[in-house]
Design a protein around this ligand. Sequence first.
Ligand code: CU
Length: 99
Amino acid sequence: MHVEPSPRGEVIGPVLRRTDGAVDNRRKAPKKGSNMTDLTVSGMTCGHCKKAVEEALSSVDGVTSVDVDLDAGRAKVEGGNLDALLAAVAEEGYTAAPA
Ligand SMILES: [Cu+2]
């Protein structure tokens, strides 16, 4: 026997009802992280070093956030120009490179 799929309209009911605008699945890209630079910083041995690097990076034009990890020898910088960041760290006597 030939069976046809149910014609449209047969199942229309509460199931198909929608709540308009109730769901928004789009995820907005976080603004933070849009201009992050990961650096390796060598030469840091203590809290003073860390502070010096932090201040050097913070003083670079356009930098809005600096996070230096002494133990890992890394720095995360938001904003700023890479060359300027590297130069600022070098000026303090440490060596930075893109991670
Ligand atoms: Cu030190």
